[in-house]
Every structure is written in C-alpha cells, then in structure tokens.
Design a binder for this molecule. Structure first.
Ligand SMILES: [Zn+2]
Ligand SMILES: [Zn+2]
Length: 237
C-alpha cells in the first residue's frame, strides 16, 4: 500500500487551501491507498477523521507536524498537542508515553542557504557531522523524500538516514491539490490505522517512493528514486 504521510488541510493549517474532501477525492483519483493529515501543532479529532474515512471509504489517518527547537518533527500516535512539546526532548517523552513515533520532517530544507538553522547549529560540513546532529538521537525515522524540499536536500536526508539506520519515509507536504503524492511511503503490510503505520515503521517495513504523475493518475516505478537522485553530488564523508 502507498500512503502520503505528510499533508496539510485548510481545516487546521492556516497556510493550506486544501479541503479534506478535495484531498480525499484527489488522492483517490491519483491512485493512493490512503493519506495521513499532519497539521501544524494540531491533532485531528479522532471521530471527525473516522467519519471522513467511513463516508468516503478511504484510509484517512492523523499525525501531527510539531515545530520544535530542533526543527519540524512528524509525529504519529499522539492524540493532541501537549504543552511543552516544542522542546524535542519533551516531545520524545510524550510520544513514548503514547506509544508513538517521531520522524524528522525535511531535516535539510534550505541546507544550502545562509539561513539554514535548526536549533543553533550551522550547516554541517560532511555526512558524519550531519548524522551526529542532536535531533537524530531522538528519532525513529527520517522523511527522506519531502515534496517541499530540493532534490539535493532530500538526498542528504537519505544519506543520513542510511548512516543512522532509521526508518525512511516520504510525504508530499502538500498544502493544496498540487503535489499530493509526489512522494509517498510504500508499506509491506495493509495499513488501516495509525497503529499499523507505527508498527510498520518500527519494523522498517516501509520505504520512501517517488511517484510519477500522469493524466490518469500516479504510478509507481521502483527505480524512480534511484534514478532521480543518483546523479546528485553526495556529501563528503
Ligand atoms: Zn515543516
Ligand atoms: Zn508540513
């Protein structure tokens, strides 16, 4: 199954103009098997999400994108925002108590510009230094394909993810219909609930995929990720 794990809707993200209904219709048309809405610092009401899922017979799940002192972190398994989780270490405790998981969202966005700062660190100079950034000690996985990031930034995330041996996910980070599903996550097992997502990530039974958009929908090609990123310069080790 292929799900887009990183999406913002107009219901709960002020920077999005994508309604949940349009999201479901477009995701279905494109051929995705499900979506996870990850609003900024807000967890969807469980019943509302379930109503939408049942009304449209589509896998519609909830996560959250938390803004922390170490950058944006995608969380799956947290019911609602908890005071203090803007500190990533506190977020880790809260997520552990809830049995959830934490994935770094677009960890190298703007990595090649002067304003790259997550926390107080400047841009690392090589792969090992990048992989040692404190945020990666707190994570279960890394979003290695993010629709709002440049190819080179995603490639850095892939390399660090491989060094750290974390789960690798993909998500469009779409805030409108444009871009839904450009990157997504392929799961080896059926996904029906947030618990299924969490279990699959813990077992590393998922991977980031690049999807190609056609007039009739999206299609998945197993070599697309390798082809897209192989010619980009990597980091010095
Ligand atoms: Zn973000
Ligand atoms: Zn986002």
């Amino acid at each position: 199954m292929i799900l887009d794990l990183h999406l913002h809707t107009s219901w709960h993200s002020s920077d999005s103009n994508l309604s949940p209904l349009d999201l479901i219709q477009e995701a279905r048309r494109l051929g995705l098997n499900g979506v996870v809405v990850t609003e900024h610092d807000y967890g969807w009401d469980r019943l509302r999400a379930r109503e939408l899922a049942e009304a449209h017979e589509f896998v519609f799940l909830r996560g959250m994108e938390v803004s922390t002192d170490l950058g944006h972190i995608l969380v799956y398994g947290l019911e609602e925002y908890v005071s203090g989780i803007q500190r990533a270490e506190k977020l880790r405790q809260v997520v552990d108590d809830a049995g959830g998981i934490m994935i770094a969202a677009h960890p190298f966005r703007r990595a090649f510009t002067a304003d790259f700062r997550h926390g107080k660190e400047p841009m690392p100079q090589n792969l090992i230094a990048a992989a040692q950034r404190p945020i990666f000690d707190l994570l279960d996985g890394i979003e290695v394909c993010n629709g709002g990031s440049a190819d080179r930034e995603n490639k850095l995330a892939m390399e660090v993810c491989a060094v750290r041996g974390l789960a690798a996910t993909g998500g469009s980070d779409a805030h409108s219909e444009l871009g839904i599903g450009c990157y997504a996550t392929q799961f080896d097992d059926p996904i029906r609930t947030e618990a299924d997502v969490i279990a699959a990530m813990k077992q590393r039974r998922c991977r980031a995929v690049v999807l190609q958009r056609t007039e009739t929908g999206m299609y998945y090609e197993s070599s697309a990720q390798a082809a897209k990123f192989q010619d980009l310069a990597g980091w010095p080790v």
